[in-house]
Write a protein that binds this ligand. Sequence first.
Ligand code: FAD
Length: 280
Amino acid sequence: MSRHEHPLGISFEFFPPGTDAGRDKLIQTRDELAARNPRFFSVTYGAGGSTQARTREIVRKVSQSGVTTAPHLSCIGSEKALLRDLLAQYREEGVDSLVALRGDMPSGMASIGELRYANELVEFIRDETGNHFDIAVAAYPESHPQAPSLDRDVENFARKMKAGANMAITQYFFTADAYFHFVDKARALGVEQPIIPGIMPITNYTKLARFSDACGAEIPRWIRKQLESYGDDSEAIADFGTDVVSRLCQRLLDGGAPGLHFYTLNQSKPVLKIVDNLSG
Ligand code: FAD
């Protein structure tokens, strides 16, 4: 963690860009966000060979900022030997934090692999590397889309935390009470580790709606209606989005959330507008 951490305990997620221009832009974004003294950066991971190599490359570039950088790592479709190699490489490169996920089966991938769920990946990492890595896992305040019920999903989440995770980062959501309800349920099952809300800035309604449908995050009707009314007016969407998400963040912090993790989509401006609106 950074020595002079931002007082609100903020952290930022990036994805590995596919082009040189995207990589250049990410370096600029990294520097603008590193100046806010985040707790850590994280870099997403896609199942499939080329994106995995890109995650490693981007982790190296992002960590040159001096900010702790956590690669995401998913187990679905992977053999233990491959994961063991990757863990060894990260250790050699000085990585000491990970975001451990099951991931989703990419179409065309033949086999689930040796580890079926994220709790098994957390156990595997602990068995292989002891306490070397700080491990974060995913949480779903509005329930994971494949879970039969919220209660079952929270039980699965608690199993994953008890397998040795240090903290959790949530899927994004726009209803603060969904987060508080989830945290209460997890605490009732004995989960004591921090559960950090994942925050998605609102910048583009069409993309947000598509992505939210896929990952099971609800956009409340009043937000959808307001965004729809702006049509192509990207400035109006950005202003409204900043206001709505800043209020959400403030409510979460006031209600005891132990930090905020921003899904940056590799852009600094939308998240910095939100961060600048917040008070501790
Ligand atoms: P799990 O915790 O394994 O849960 C998956 C489903 O299985 C849930 O419905 C759960 O209730 C159920 N379940 C869990 N354990 C058990 C068990 N032992 N027995 C029976 N059922 C069980 N995806 C990527 O591809 N790359 C990324 O970099 C990435 N980063 C992410 C970061 C965050 C913070 C979040 C919230 C999500 C991220 N995702 C990423 C998406 C994630 O991979 C998907 O949501 C995936 O479908 C579930 O992964 P998980 O680790 O939450 O799975």
